[in-house]
Design a protein around this ligand. Sequence first.
Ligand SMILES: Cc1cc2nc3c(=O)[nH]c(=O)nc-3n(C[C@H](O)[C@H](O)[C@H](O)COP(=O)(O)O)c2cc1C
Length: 276
Amino acid sequence: MKEAIYDRISVRTYVKKPLLKMETEALQKLIDEMKNLTGPFGHKVRYFVDHQQKNLDDEAKRIGTYGFIKNAPSFVGAVVKNEFTGMIDFGYLFEHFILLLTKRGYGTCWLAGTFDRSAFDHYVNEGEVIPAITPMGIPEDHMSLRERAIRLAIKANRRKSFEEMFFISDIKHPLTEGKKHPIEDALKLVQLAPSASNKQPWRMIVDEQNVHVYLERTPNYGTGKSFVMQALDIGIAMKHFEVGLQSLNIHYHLIQKPYQAPSTFEYIITYQLDMK
Ligand SMILES: Cc1cc2nc3c(=O)[nH]c(=O)nc-3n(C[C@H](O)[C@H](O)[C@H](O)COP(=O)(O)O)c2cc1C
């Protein structure tokens, strides 16, 4: 999974070719395995797949990807209970799924803003929501001009520095990259995580063997949505952090242990690391 994290990039331009029968069957098998998993806050998600049959462009228009996504042969989405921790779990589980697709050579792109939710209303029950979907298919060798323009506009290749996101004991003591902190490799994977509009709203304070996770919401961002978009980013960051801890062979427990932080930091959860 660590390699998949390094390989993953949002793909918005695909080879214009439907998935083969063999591929759709393999996808279904993957989903059957995924559907039993629960997120850190106990939610499950319900997946759905939309394979494009006729003209790929027409279908993309129906889903309302507004020309952002080109030639995708299939879309996968999922439904979850519409609550704050449900969004965290969705981010965690759906990123796991995205990394598995990446490992298999497929391109993906988290879409939470640029699609029309009403195209999928029939999958949703009362109190539920589809926070995001992803196109999937073979990435085209060259990005379209439009895709390059999007990446430039949201500075998609840039990430916040360690010092802006990670701290030791309190925010007066930023954790610096390259100083060989024992969990540096895991934090690196958090830094590489995708986030809505590349805002990277996760923060972590390391206090001895505890790593406290926070959300620092971007002011006035995503306010028109019926769910907390940036909670998805927290779930994604947690998935990446856990892949990192596992690759470092560090065992951990998830606990609730709120810890001092600035008022703009919303406490989420604590990783208690088993480090002797
Ligand atoms: C929760 C979430 C929602 C996103 N929504 C959209 C979207 O609606 N449209 C889009 O083109 N990209 C969307 N993205 C992709 C981000 O813009 C992208 O992950 C970020 O710019 C970093 O680029 P990278 O994924 O190539 O590393 C979303 C990403 C996340 C995590």
